[in-house]
Design a protein. Structure first.
Length: 156
């Protein structure tokens, strides 16, 4: 048996219009040039923009960081939303129950990037701290962090 390749060739996609809707048919065209894909990490120093008044739970779920009351920045291991409250477990095994509020202390500290130090036990990587420092919050520009549209059951 031949060894598995490190890079997998792309599958050619051709869009077919059926009844005004676009559907994608996966096929490989004969003689088409092969392209190879591999995962490229994002630049941690690249500026990322979020809206200023995004819901706290969406922001925390995206960033996976939580500022404690003492000013220590923790990394989040699990984040479970239960109504207007959420249960957070950090990498240093601290458990917290937090309330969803755009104007809370934690939301303001995350937006303004206020923290005294990073938790040593959580071991937040340096690239994540740099990415957090490069994040900007604007009132009129940036991602709303909306929920992704989930496809419903198809009716055939």
């Amino acid at each position: 048996m031949a060894p598995r390749p490190l890079f997998v060739p792309c599958v050619e996609l051709s869009a077919v219009s059926v009844g005004g809707q676009r559907s994608e048919a996966h096929r490989r065209r004969p003689g088409a040039a092969r392209c190879y894909t591999y995962r490229v990490p994002s630049d941690p120093d690249k500026a990322v923009y979020y809206r200023k008044q995004v819901p706290l739970f969406r922001l925390v779920d995206k960033m996976k960081l939580w500022p404690s009351r003492r000013g220590i920045l923790h990394g989040i291991k699990t984040f479970e939303v239960r109504g207007s409250y959420a249960h957070i477990t950090t990498h240093c095994d601290k458990h917290m129950v937090v309330h969803d509020s755009k104007n809370s202390r934690a939301a303001r500290w995350l937006r303004n990037k206020w923290y005294a130090e990073a938790c040593e036990q959580c071991r937040i990587p340096d690239w994540k701290r740099r990415k957090y420092a490069a994040t900007h919050f604007k009132r009129g520009y940036g991602s709303h962090l909306r929920d992704a549209e989930r496809p419903g059951p198809s009716s055939s």
